[in-house]
Design a protein around this ligand. Structure first.
Ligand code: G3H
Ligand code: 13P
Ligand code: ZN
Length: 330
């Protein structure tokens, strides 16, 4: 069941973070639904209530252009029928103004992200305000971004020297003037697989300072993949060539959620799972050429991975309570 992002945030705020996962294809979609319901396999019944979680499906501009955006919508609609227990929102990730309007007008999205973080402060506010006015007319909420993350997102690359943390006073002014419903903040994370060389955590002092000035306001953390060593090693052991790297420690997710980080964006880690499983399949079964030979273990591994992430986010086990607070029956 698709719900508003606002409903998910109201239930989660201050207690746990909702996982926001990107999808591009059918196997990722199925793995994602199974993982959030803690089902490894399509025949596994019943859903494990202790581990089931609400979640957000994110569609980037790249995902919408990869095949045809209508496939994404129909895969999600079909998943709603196949997994009637699931409660989730559909979100546009890193939208431009034009793509935001397209998604708002489509009637399919629960929320959109307008990413004008590369524009100067006043221009960023101006753009976000226009998108908010149009989205709110249709009951859709808007995520905006202030500050600058390092790494590569869509076609823009920001090096570490130019990344800058979100200023708490500016965040208050930004939210008031733009009317955005949630704010992506720069708190030490960056996009992609190559985040940090050594061990590095989140800037909790900065999150806390922002929360003090914006109490009860949902913050969003982009670039939240943890880049697990296990998956990087599996890729390299199966012929890959990824340098040593690290991401956001998973242990930081829950403490961050207590400080208002309500949505945690994870894409790269899912890509690592995809890459490892495909490489291993081709390594171990060189004579096989059936897409299902790698698709099946990928869906199971991705489901497992999602269930694990949800445990770290604190969203695992929250589905039933959300269902009750929304008054929905399966
Ligand atoms: O932050 C960007 C997301 O990871 C989406 O990546 O634009 O390559 O689909 P993408
Ligand atoms: P990662 O690259 O860390 O997975 O971040 C994804 C993201 O922020 C999507 O918007
Ligand atoms: Zn992002």
């Amino acid at each position: 069941m698709i719900v508003t992002t606002k409903e998910l945030f109201e239930h989660a705020y201050g207690k746990y973070a909702v996982g926001a996962y990107n999808i591009n294809n059918l196997e990722q979609t199925i793995g994602l639904f199974r993982g959030n319901l803690a089902k490894k396999d399509k025949n596994e019944e019943p859903t494990n209530a202790k581990l089931s979680a609400p979640f957000i499906i994110q569609l980037s501009r790249g995902a919408r252009a990869y095949t045809d955006k209508r496939y994404l919508e129909s895969m999600i609609r079909t998943s709603e029928e196949v997994f009637p227990e699931a409660i989730f929102a559909v979100h546009l990730d890193h939208g431009t103004e034009e793509v935001c309007y397209e998604c708002i007008d489509s009637g399919f999205y629960s929320s959109v992200m307008i990413d004008a973080s590369h524009d100067p402060f006043d221009k960023n506010i101006e753009i976000v305000r226009r998108v908010v006015d149009r989205a709110h007319e249709k009951g859709i909420s808007v995520e905006a971004e202030l500050g600058m993350l390092g790494g590569v997102e869509e076609d823009i690359s920001v090096d570490a020297d130019h990344a800058c943390l979100t200023d708490p006073d500016q965040a208050v002014e930004f939210v008031e003037r733009s009317g955005c419903d949630s704010l992506a903040v720069a708190i030490g994370t960056s996009h992609g697989a190559f985040k940090f060389k050594g061990k590095q955590g989140l800037h909790f002092d900065r999150i806390s300072a922002i929360q003090k000035l914006l109490p009860n306001y949902p913050l969003v953390m982009h670039g939240s993949s943890s880049v697990p060593k296990e998956w990087v090693d599996r890729i390299n052991n199966a012929g890959g060539n990824m340098p040593e790297t690290s991401g956001v420690p998973e242990e930081d997710y829950l403490p961050a959620s207590k400080l208002g980080v309500t949505k945690v964006n994870i894409d790269t880690d899912g890509r690592l799972v995809w890459c490892a499983i495909l490489r291993e399949t081709f390594r171990d079964k060189p004579g096989d050429f059936d897409p299902r030979t790698s698709g099946k273990p990928f869906m199971a591994a991705y489901a497992d991975f999602i269930t694990h992430k949800n445990q770290m986010l604190g969203s695992a086990g929250q589905l039933e309570s959300l269902r009750q607070s929304l008054g929905v029956k399966v």
